[in-house]
Design a protein around this ligand. Structure first.
Ligand SMILES: O=C(O)C(=O)C[C@]1(C(=O)O)C=C[C@@H](O)C=C1
Length: 357
């Protein structure tokens, strides 16, 4: 099987490299007089003490940090940007497939998804905190009338929000109305995306897709009482799926820049069908589906055989049972992840030319 071995360290350095490229790209893009949004959103480059260029992020994002970048002399073509984004989507496949495999170890455990299926204390972060007297709260103030999954997701976002996870443009909370103040000083990001990006969050659709289509495809029905583990892996799956789907904003921006004139015309007409035709690449979609099918097959098998004392050099992995149905993962990508990614692209493009508010 021709799937590269996973190496977290090299993934990390690749990620850093990609972020740097994005920063450089942002610099050349938004500081271009024709494209730069007026006034405060502009990215400025100055020379730092060590002679390296310092990219000062837009001042309309909370100030605090500076982002290092090399001088903006090189021409980073849009093709490179789209290629980098696709590389990131490919790496995200690994996270998604492993998360699905992990969740699939446990049975469906329907209680986890039912309001009050598992009695939980009221979430301290709920927008209407339970006091014992609201309809949301059972006598004694112990029940949150939400599902265990909602409770855990909200609590997780509270913790991650404090370390400013949701100030990053690649992160999208499921409970945006309840985010806490970060305890870390604010961070700035190069403004790669148009301002409308901040308003696009389709996590409620992602949640309903997950409950209706993903869970039934990856879990066996029934209850094994591992409610906490199931919910914990659900959170990881949802976060990975959300990031992958919202990456559509970056894909759309790269495509817009690569064929600005054509996109601009359809954006001005607000022609959804024409935009969908423009951004759809059937051959890439086929490659994605085929690749995730192969990965699911391989990763699922590795997980099944790992630690087996009976496995020998002669044992063929091909005979081992798969932890996850490769077909189900392929189907998930074809029917849900890529279509939702395209919906994000459309939502972004329709507002791509909006003036900054
Ligand atoms: O790679 C692209 O060009 C994308 O737009 C991303 C993506 C995907 O979700 O993987 C979505 C739509 C395209 O038709 C192909 C692939």
């Amino acid at each position: 099987m021709n799937v590269p071995a996973l190496s977290p360290l090299s993934d990390l350095s690749q990620e850093v490299q990609l972020r740097r490229e994005a920063a450089k790209k942002a610099l050349s893009h938004w500081s271009h007089p024709r494209l730069a949004p007026p006034g405060p959103s502009r990215v400025r480059a100055t020379e730092g003490a060590d002679g390296q260029a310092v990219l000062e992020a837009p001042v309309n994002i909370p100030s605090g940090a500076q982002i290092l970048a090399t001088p903006p002399a090189e021409d980073f073509s849009s093709a490179l940007l789209l290629d980098s984004i696709r590389q990131s989507l490919i790496r995200q496949e690994d996270t998604i497939i492993y998360s699905l495999i992990e969740r699939g170890q446990f049975q469906r455990n329907d209680w986890v998804y039912q309001a009050d299926g598992v009695a939980m204390p009221a979430s301290r972060s709920a927008s209407q905190p339970s006091t014992g007297s609201t309809p949301d709260t059972a006598p004694g103030g112990t029940s949150a009338k939400c599902s265990l999954l909602e409770w855990l997701l909200r609590e997780t976002e509270q913790v991650h929000g404090r370390i400013r996870r949701y100030t990053s443009p690649i992160e999208h909370p499921f409970f945006p109305e309840d985010l806490p103040m970060p305890v870390l000083p604010s961070m700035t990001y190069p403004q790669v995306l148009a301002p409308c990006a901040a308003d696009i969050n389709i996590n409620s659709r992602i949640m309903s897709m997950y409950l209706r289509h993903v869970l039934p495809a990856i879990t066996r029905p029934g209850t094994d009482n591992n409610f906490g583990s199931a919910a914990m892996h659900d959170v990881l799956c949802l976060q990975a799926l959300s990031q992958r789907i919202h990456y559509g904003k970056y894909v759309a921006e790269a495509k817009f820049q690569a064929k600005e004139e054509v996109y601009r015309r359809e954006v001005e007409r607000q022609d959804v069908e024409a935009l969908m035709d423009l951004l759809t690449d059937v051959s890439v979609e086929q490659q994605v589906v085929e690749r995730v099918r192969r990965k699911a097959e391989q990763y699922g098998r590795d997980a099944a055989t790992a630690g087996s004392t009976e496995a020998s050099a002669d044992d063929s992995d091909a005979d081992a049972p798969c932890k996850i149905a490769p077909e189900a993962v392929a189907e998930l990508y074809a029917s849900w992840l890529m279509p939702l990614n395209k919906d994000v692209q459309i939502a972004y493009l329709l507002r791509r030319l909006d003036p900054p508010s």
